[in-house]
Design a protein around this ligand. Structure first.
Ligand code: ADP
Length: 411
């Protein structure tokens, strides 16, 4: 200690020129010299610290760690900066603690070891650091918030895109439907004009000729033309009935009436009518097993369905071919099969056969509207039944109808 007193003037001179606090301790950790900056920092009067143990400048909670540090330090004997990377605190006389960093510089003087500690007040630095930390946190918070907002916006945008895509698809659908409807309309109009033109011109020709046969003996010729006229009017009437039928079906106005009727009676009538439309050499084979059978179903629809199928079978078969009408009777349903050996239906067209106005490409030279099967299918399905077919081009077709029956009994 005297050594320091002896040299105190030099020490004072040097130490007061330094802006950091200086605390010099001897090997026993006793303070032997301080500069004014150090005294101000720790809140002591001039020279008041001299002779005090260093520990009065260290808060309780750090003393142990400090002791260890000093021991290690003496072992290494190198210059070191304490508290690098960790918080270190100093203890003021008032009991207040403040953050600091310490640079340790050991030196020898007259055979004794001392340590000169340079004390850096970190109060402002720490305050700045925590301010920066706070700012960073604030920034991170803001970024998080913005990211979240962006995420929401992106999600909204995605939703909007999906909504627009759906609307676009709907619009495309509607346009496609409208296009199909227009095509159907055009098809329908050309079909109607064609279908009406032929019978009308036939009627016109026959009517003109009837007027020319004025002689009594020409009655057979008049009769022939009158028959043609009646036939053609019936055909037009049939087509118009089909149109009306479509309208009633579409509006759900069709009323079905189930009655108990004789199957053979209906079959006979249907075949009788169909025979009138057959080509030369065509023949319809009666079902074997329908005598004495009574069914409960809508007789009108059974009649309509069988008439359509037999009429088509004749129309789409060449001369001199046979057509079979078969009936299968079960407990709860009846099956009709109309078998022909005609032109058949091309494979590619088969899936469209029940569509309204559809006609296969191999029948375009034959008269027809493409309505009949569509109407029959609607009626049959409304009655809880099914209609289906098997067909091979140039070989023939079998159209089948299944209908549920409430009960049947022998007559
Ligand atoms: P249409 O006979 O007036 O054209 P349909 O609705 O009765 O209308 O039949 C639709 C289409 O089904 C016909 O145009 C024809 O292509 C096909 N078709 C129906 N029945 C037969 C059959 N027995 N043989 C071959 N093709 C048939």
């Amino acid at each position: 200690m005297q050594v320091f007193e002896k040299n105190s003037n030099i020490f004072m001179l040097l130490s007061e020129a330094i802006s950091e606090g200086i605390v010099v301790v001897n090997q026993e950790q006793v303070i032997v010299a301080t500069n004014q900056r150090a005294e101000n920092l720790f809140g002591y009067e001039r020279e008041e610290l001299k002779g005090e143990p260093l520990s009065i400048l260290i808060p309780d909670s750090f003393r142990k760690a400090h002791h260890r540090h000093v021991t290690d330090f003496h072992k290494d004997g190198e210059q070191k900066r304490m508290a690098e990377g960790r918080s270190l605190f100093g203890l003021r006389k008032s009991g207040e603690q403040f953050p600091l960093e310490v640079g340790l510089n050991p030196f020898q003087l007259y055979g004794n070891t001392y340590v000169l500690a340079l004390v850096y007040d970190m109060t402002e630095m720490r305050a700045k650091e925590s301010e920066i930390l706070e700012l960073n946190q604030h920034l991170e918070e803001k970024i998080k918030q913005r990211t979240q907002e962006l995420r929401l916006t992106v999600a909204e945008l995605k939703k909007e895109i999906r909504r627009r895509e759906a609307a676009e698809a709907k619009m495309k659908d509607a346009l496609q439907r409208e296009k199909e409807l227009n095509e159907l309309k055009t098809k329908f109009l050309s079909m109607v004009s064609h279908e009406f033109k032929t019978p009308l011109s036939g009627i016109l020709t026959s009517a003109t000729l009837v007027g020319k046969y004025s002689q009594e003996e020409q009655q057979p010729k008049r009769d022939k033309h009158l028959k043609t006229i009646i036939g053609e009017v019936n055909r037009l009437n049939g087509i118009l009935n089909d149109f009306l039928s479509i309208e009633r079906l579409e509006q759900g106005k069709e009323v079905y009436r189930k009655t108990l009727f004789s199957l053979s009676k209906v079959v006979n009538e249907v075949i009788y009518n169909a025979n009138m439309t057959l080509k030369s050499g065509q023949k319809i084979n009666y079902p074997q097993n329908v005598e004495e059978i009574r069914l409960e179903q809508d007789e009108k629809i059974v009649f309509l369905a069988l008439t359509n199928l037999l009429y088509n079978a004749g129309k789409y078969s060449p001369e001199d071919t046979e057509i079979d009408l078969n009936v299968e009777l079960m407990d709860d349903k009846v099956k009709f099969h109309v078998v022909d050996r005609g032109i058949g239906i091309p494979k590619a067209d088969q899936k469209h056969i029940f569509e309204r106005y559809f006609r296969a490409e191999n029948v375009l030279l034959t008269q027809g509207t493409g309505i009949g099967l569509n109407i029959v299918k609607n009626h049959i399905e409304n009655l809880g039944g099914t209609i289906y077919f098997k067909s091979e081009e140039s070989k023939g077709s079998t159209f089948s109808v299944e209908l549920p029956i409430a009960k049947y009994e022998s007559a």
